[in-house]
Design a binder for this molecule. Structure first.
Ligand code: PAP
Length: 313
């Protein structure tokens, strides 16, 4: 089925008025509110904006793709469900992948239906995810006091992760020419859910303006100081660890439950795609793949776009 087949006439005419370009694979992408989307995701974004009704306790996990979304989803589910007990085998994460437990607005819920039934949502509080930039969420959230967590990752690792992911999806070996095209489209700012810097900066500024409702996290920090970062996340979500839990090793248990090795070993293949979200899970793997020329190009763009923001990679 082609990208256009499920797009309603009304949305088609709206989309046709938007700036368009092609991503690194040559697929058509459209710029809506400063962000690039394929048309099926854009239809879902518009339906989400029109129809989503927030509740005060909603949690939204946001990220640019390949920044640690799966990990953030698992950690959030594990933090909220920690009364379920210590055994890994009877935990919701053992029978449902993080992506099934925490659906994306634009890639799952509103992609399937313009008005999905959210009354039977599996978790309470409801936990959603998105790759949309913060300004696109503002209008539908209507100042509801939702908690928004943004996971950010070094863009060079993001690019390498995406390159491998793309090859896995296309069921082929990684090809250098694809990586070159990705770096090119990244530096132009013309890529799915990009520009990267607009995604990151929207949430970075949001977190500075409203730290009670927007938490900015880094994949690298989670790797370097996992306990401190998980406690920070729990605090932000309003479910801090008690002293007794800390003494009992609850933080470490959650980290173990959500570790790369553990999550990737769960047999949760209902969607058949669980394993494509796990590759290496390391920091600085880009050093094994990017040429010096690619690195320099990316560094120049990053320096220019993040200058003065206070954010460092
Ligand atoms: P998504 O945006 O498509 O949902 P996302 O989960 O953000 O994907 O990114 C996948 C990356 O997170 C992979 O990185 P890599 O290609 O560099 O290896 C994946 O390995 C990594 N990842 C997934 N789960 C974990 C985890 N529990 N701990 C650390 N890294 C993880």
């Amino acid at each position: 089925m082609g990208d256009d087949d499920n797009i309603r006439t009304e949305i088609r005419s709206l989309i046709s008025s938007l700036p368009s370009d092609a991503d690194f694979q040559g697929a058509k992408i459209y710029n809506y509110q400063g962000c690039w989307y394929r048309n099926f995701a854009l239809q879902a974004v518009i339906d989400f904006q029109r129809n989503f009704k927030p509740t005060d306790t909603d949690i939204i996990l946001a990220s640019y793709p390949k920044s640690g979304t799966t990990w953030a989803k698992a950690l959030t589910v594990a933090l909220l469900e920690r009364s379920v007990g210590g055994s890994c085998n009877n935990h919701p994460l053992a029978s449902g992948s993080p992506h099934m437990l925490v659906p994306f607005f634009e890639l799952d819920l509103y992609r399937k239906s313009p008005e999905p039934d959210l009354t039977k949502f599996p978790s309470s509080p409801r936990v959603f995810s998105t790759h949309m930039p913060l300004h696109t969420l503002r209008q539908p959230l209507m100042n509801a006091p939702c908690k928004i967590v943004y996971m950010c990752r070094n863009v060079k690792d993001v690019l390498v992760s995406r390159w491998h992911f793309y090859a896995k999806m296309a069921k082929k070996e990684v090809e250098r020419s694809d990586l070159e095209s990705m770096v090119e489209s990244f530096c132009r700012g013309v890529h799915y859910f990009g520009p990267f810097w607009d995604s990151v900066l929207s949430y970075w500024r949001g977190s500075l303006e409203d730290p009670e409702h927007v938490l900015f996290m880094k994949y690298e920090d989670l790797k370097a100081e996992p306990c401190a970062q998980v406690m920070r996340l729990a605090e932000f979500l309003g479910c801090p660890f008690s002293q007794e839990e800390k003494r009992g090793g609850s933080v470490e248990k959650i980290l173990e439950l959500c570790s790369f090795g553990n999550l990737s070993s769960f047999d949760v293949n209902q969607t058949g795609t669980h394993n494509i979200f796990f590759r290496k899970g390391e920091v600085d793997d880009w050093k094994n793949h990017l040429t010096t020329e690619m690195q320099k190009k990316i560094d120049m763009v990053i320096q220019e776009k993040f200058q003065g923001s206070g954010l460092e990679f």
